[in-house]
Design a protein around this ligand. Structure first.
Ligand SMILES: [Mg+2]
Length: 218
């Protein structure tokens, strides 16, 4: 069994993290308007896919240019990033422990220092076999594991994500993968299930039960 699981909004309460992240800027007098104006989300285009990523260090630079002393902001952001364990959903830890560390790999999008800090300091790596951070569609990271090593067709392979675009891409490339659309109440997106999503779940607990059921039927 191999379980590939997304990080943001699935294992990690990204909405709450962003709220606290924005609070740091507000504390030093950065208005919401200036925050948004200086926030740069780089579009990355690969083979027709539109993906974005954020780099706070570019953000600090932009603020500095706008006349804000960004040093104390950067300091507080570093402190926030130094321990992100409190943003991991409690049910995520239970989910990972129940299904077993050796079976689980995290696949996260956004190859930045920011994303690495966020994940590394969350404690998730200790509960999983491997963490991948990629700038490509997640199917390429998953393909490296199940493709090259020639996953047995009877092995259960699962992918959980809150973004339909990623689920669709994985299911199209690897139809044997069982795909779960995660729609947590605390999530930032509200993607609609399509034919490439095998299951829609609201809690990881539902996914764990479903996975156990599939295993028992094999
Ligand atoms: Mg996500």
């Amino acid at each position: 069994m191999k379980i590939f699981v997304d990080f943001d909004d699935v294992l990690f309460n990204t909405a709450k993290f962003i709220q606290d992240f924005k609070r740091v800027f507000a504390r030093y007098g950065v208005s919401a308007q200036l925050f948004n104006k200086s926030y740069v989300d780089y579009p990355i285009r690969r083979r027709g896919q539109k993906l974005k990523k954020y780099d706070p260090w570019v953000h600090f630079q932009k603020l500095q240019q706008a006349g804000i002393d960004s040093a104390p902001i950067e300091n507080d952001i570093r402190a926030l990033l130094s321990d992100t364990r409190r943003y991991v959903f409690p049910e995520a830890k239970r989910f990972l422990k129940t299904l077993g560390k050796q079976n689980i790999m995290v696949v996260s999008y956004g190859e930045t220092k920011f994303q690495h800090f966020k994940i590394q300091n969350s404690g998730i790596a200790e509960l999983t076999k491997k963490v991948f951070v990629t700038d490509r569609m997640k199917s390429s990271a998953i393909g490296k594991i199940i493709g090259k090593r020639g996953a047995q067709l009877d092995e259960l392979i699962v992918f959980l994500d809150d973004r339909v675009e990623q689920l669709t891409n994985v299911k199209q490339k690897f139809p044997q993968v069982v795909t779960f659309l995660v729609k947590k109440r605390a999530g930032r997106y509200n993607d609609k299930k399509n034919k490439y999503c095998d299951f829609e779940i609201k809690t990881l607990w539902q996914a764990a039960n479903r996975i156990k059921k599939i295993v028992s039927q094999q």
